[in-house]
Design a protein around this ligand. Structure first.
Ligand SMILES: [Fe+2]
Length: 413
C-alpha cells in the first residue's frame, strides 16, 4: 500500500475511527521502529506514534531552571505603572483596554517572546514582580488587563452573564458547604483538566494560600507520547470522537467529541473529567455514561500527567499564561488556617487573534461560546470581586465555556 494517505482515502473503518482527525496518516499499519515527528509539520503517523518539538517537556526539565518566568525589572514596572496612570486619564471603560491605550514601548518586546512561547514553544509563562500591596483592587485588575492584552487581544466570556473575569477562590463571606460549591469555589483539589473552549488561560494571583493550593501543569504532548509508547489503545480511545460532553442541564443535551485530537499538525486536548458523561443532577438522562475504556483512559491521563507535571509555586502578584490546548492543569487542596484572605486567583480566557491556533470543528462548540460572534453582542462584565453571596450551581461541573442552553443561570434554579 501507499506509504502515505490522506484520511478521506482510508478504508471506512479507519475513516470512522479517525473522522475528526485532520492529519496525514502514514503507514498506519506499520509496526516497525518508533518514529519521531515535529509539531508544526504535517503529522506523520506511525505505530507506535510519538511527537517531538518544544511542547514535549516534563516537570523534571525545570527542576533547576525557571526560564519560564519573566522577572519584571524596575524599568518594566515603571513602564506598566505609567501606562496605568495614562489609561486612567482616558476615561475608557476597562473593556476597552488594548495595546493602543496601554502602551508598553519596551516591555512589549519581552511580551512578544511570551506570545511566541505560548503558541509555538513550551506553552506557558509566568510574569513575576508586581507588588500587589502598591495597588488598589481596580488598579491591580487594570495592570493585569493591560499586560494580558499583549498576550491575547481577545478576552473571552466565561458564562452567560458575560463575565470576563472569574474569581477562583473560596470566599470567607460564603457559608454554603464546600461539597455544594463548584470546585473552583472550594478549597478542594481539582484533577488534571483543560478549561474546555479556552485558548490561553490567564491567572492573576491576588492572594496565595497559606498552605497548599499549588497549580500544576502537564504537557498534553508528553502525556500523549508516554501513552503511545506504553498503551496505544488508550491514545486511540482519547482520539475517538465519542466522548459525551453535556452542554445543557435541564434538557440534558450533549455532543460527542474527542478528548484529544491532532489538527493542522498540532496535538490539542479538550478534556475535563467532570464535564464528560451525564451530570449527577440530570436525572433520567439519555447522555451516555463513559465506557470502561474511556474511564480507564481518563485514569491513565491523570496518572501520566501527575508523573510528568510541573509544580508552580505562584506568589501573590504573579501572572500565569498558558496554552490551554497544549497544557493540562490541576491544583492541590489548600488551607488558609483562618487567615482573613483566602487563596484568590483571577482567571481570564484569552485569544491571540494573530497567533491563536485553529480550532477543529469537533472542539469548537464551547470555544464559540467564549470567543464567537454570539459573544460579541453580550454585555461584558468585569467583576472586581467575587459575588458577596454564593448561589449553589445546579449543573455546572468542571470548567467549560458556557453554552447557550446551559441552565445554571436560569432564574428558577
Ligand atoms: Fe481549570
Amino acid at each position: 500500500m501507499s506509504t502515505s494517505a490522506i484520511i478521506k482515502h482510508l478504508p471506512t473503518t479507519l475513516e470512522d475511527r479517525y473522522a475528526n482527525i485532520d492529519i496525514t496518516l502514514n503507514e498506519i499499519h506499520h509496526h516497525g521502529s518508533h518514529s519521531s515527528i515535529n509539531i508544526g509539520e504535517p503529522i506523520k503517523w506511525k505505530s507506535p506514534k510519538t511527537l517531538s518539538g518544544p511542547t514535549i517537556w516534563s516537570g523534571a526539565d525545570f527542576e533547576h531552571n525557571d526560564s519560564f518566568t519573566l522577572y519584571l525589572s524596575a524599568e518594566d514596572i515603571e513602564e506598566v505603572e505609567h501606562a496605568l496612570q495614562v489609561f486612567k486619564t482616558l476615561e475608557v471603560d476597562v473593556d476597552g483596554i488594548a495595546k493602543s491605550n496601554f502602551v508598553l514601548p519596551s516591555l512589549s518586546k519581552k511580551l512578544e517572546e511570551i506570545v511566541e512561547s505560548i503558541h509555538n514553544g513550551q506553552g506557558f509563562f509566568v510574569i513575576r514582580g508586581l507588588d500587589m500591596s502598591r495597588y488598589t483592587v481596580e488598579d491591580g485588575i487594570i495592570l493585569y488587563l493591560g499586560i494580558a492584552t499583549y498576550i491575547g487581544d481577545k478576552r473571552g466570556l466565561q458564562d452567560r452573564k458575560g463575565n470576563v473575569l472569574a474569581h477562583i477562590t473560596s470566599s470567607k463571606a460564603w457559608d454554603v458547604p464546600m461539597n455544594q460549591r463548584h470546585g473552583i469555589h472550594s478549597t478542594m483539589a481539582l484533577p488534571f483538566h483543560s478549561d474546555m473552549g479556552c485558548d490561553i488561560l490567564a491567572l492573576q494571583v491576588r492572594h496565595s494560600a497559606l498552605d497548599g493550593g499549588s497549580t500544576f501543569l502537564s504537557s498534553a504532548s508528553t502525556i500523549f507520547n508516554r501513552l503511545s509508547e506504553d498503551e496505544p489503545e488508550v491514545v486511540e480511545t482519547l482520539l475517538e470522537p465519542s466522548w459525551p460532553v453535556q452542554y445543557s442541564g435541564k434538557e440534558a443535551r450533549y455532543y460527542l467529541a474527542p478528548a484529544m485530537t491532532v489538527h493542522q499538525g498540532r496535538l490539542m486536548a479538550s478534556m475535563d473529567p467532570k464535564r464528560f458523561g451525564p451530570h449527577p443532577a440530570s436525572s433520567g438522562t439519555t447522555i451516555p455514561a463513559l465506557s470502561k475504556r474511556q474511564e480507564y483512559a481518563l485514569d491513565r491521563v491523570g496518572q501520566v500527567a501527575r508523573a510528568t507535571d510541573l509544580r508552580l509555586n505562584l506568589k501573590r502578584g504573579d501572572l500565569l499564561f498558558f496554552n490551554n490546548w497544549a497544557v493540562l492543569h490541576r491544583r492541590e487542596a489548600y488551607d488558609d488556617h483562618g487567615e482573613a484572605s483566602s487563596r484568590h486567583l483571577v482567571r481570564m480566557w484569552l485569544r491571540n487573534t494573530e497567533h491563536g491556533w485553529s480550532v477543529p470543528p469537533s472542539m469548537k462548540l464551547p470555544w464559540q461560546s467564549a470567543y464567537g460572534d454570539g459573544a460579541k453582542h453580550q454585555t461584558r462584565v468585569y467583576a472586581m470581586e467575587p459575588e458577596p453571596k454564593y448561589s449553589v450551581p445546579k449543573y455546572s461541573a468542571g470548567s467549560a465555556a458556557f453554552l447557550l442552553e446551559d441552565s445554571d443561570d436560569d432564574s428558577d434554579n
